[in-house]
Design a protein around this ligand. Structure first.
Ligand code: F6R
Length: 262
């Protein structure tokens, strides 16, 4: 695991987007795992800019989103399909049929989850998975005590997640779903490379727990410590509670891999 600390949230999002763009240019038909949420909005805005100004080409890649709310139709303002169309898919040249999300309106959630796992496999697995982190340490919607080997399935959301996401769902107890379909921790960790982006003081404590604390199902993001190719990109606010900041800065300044991005 590597931890990269950037000055501002904008810098952290820009570095994340540049890394994605770098991989996409090298392997245009790559399979990208995507996340939603407030933190990702700047990343998608930057990618859209690269598409517009530098012709970053999305026409051959496939995307798989981490999760989708149960009971929210894809056309709803609050669905993750709507979020992705709005922030990325409608602004770049990715064919609609290459963009995959779980169907939160499926009749059979176990069957829908299996379909998704099979489709990821059929696309050759995920090359690069983008992640945010919940205030309770979730990745995807893998809430505390999710098995660290879990696969795609239905999950109940915790009160902390419901409170965190309600403002994005009209801040209304009726519109904020309490259940979701999500890739499992095991599914996420099968990705060849992972980038987790976190910004702001509200993420500071959980970032320290997930990266410098023990690997535990109580903080599912801590499973990333076991991943062979995982980068955690944070701004200074989200890095506040980290004990080894100097070491992380030193690595970033000295790793040749980062030369193109410093
Ligand atoms: C969203 C997802 C979640 C979010 C996390 C952070 O697809 O999987 O894990 O990444 O809840 O959300 P924000 O960025 O809104 O704080």
């Amino acid at each position: 695991m590597e931890i990269i600390i950037q000055k501002t949230p904008e810098d952290a999002a820009a570095l994340t987007a540049k890394l994605i763009a770098y991989r996409l240019k090298k392997v245009p038909d790559m399979t990208l795992g995507l996340a939603t949420g407030r933190t990702m909005e700047d990343v998608y805005a930057y990618l859209c800019r690269l598409h517009k100004e530098e012709k970053l080409d999305f026409s051959h890649c496939h995307t798989f989103n981490l999760d989708e709310y149960i009971g929210i139709p894809p056309g709803s303002l609050y669905s993750y399909r709507y979020y992705m169309n709005r922030h990325l898919f409608s602004k770049v040249n990715i064919p609609h049929e290459n963009t995959h999300l779980l169907n939160g309106m499926a009749d059979d959630f176990a069957g829908e989850s299996q379909r998704y796992e099979k489709l990821i496999k059929a696309c050759g697995g995920i090359d690069l998975q983008l992640l945010g982190i919940g205030n309770d340490g979730h990745i995807g919607f893998n809430e505390p005590l999710s098995s660290l080997r879990s696969r795609t399935r239905e999950k109940a959301l915790t009160p902390a997640t419901i409170a965190q996401n309600a403002p994005l769902c009209g801040n209304n107890g009726d519109t904020m779903p309490h259940r979701a379909l999500t890739m499992g921790v095991g599914t996420i960790c099968d990705a060849r490379e992972i980038i987790l982006l976190a910004t702001g003081t509200t993420k500071a404590e959980i970032i320290a727990k997930a990266t410098e604390g023990p690997v535990t199902a109580m903080v599912t993001a801590s499973a990333l410590q076991l991943h062979p190719n995982c980068k955690i990109i944070v701004d200074e606010d989200a890095a506040q509670c980290l004990k080894e900041k100097e070491y992380y800065h030193w690595i970033f300044a000295n790793e040749p891999e980062w030369e193109a991005f410093r």
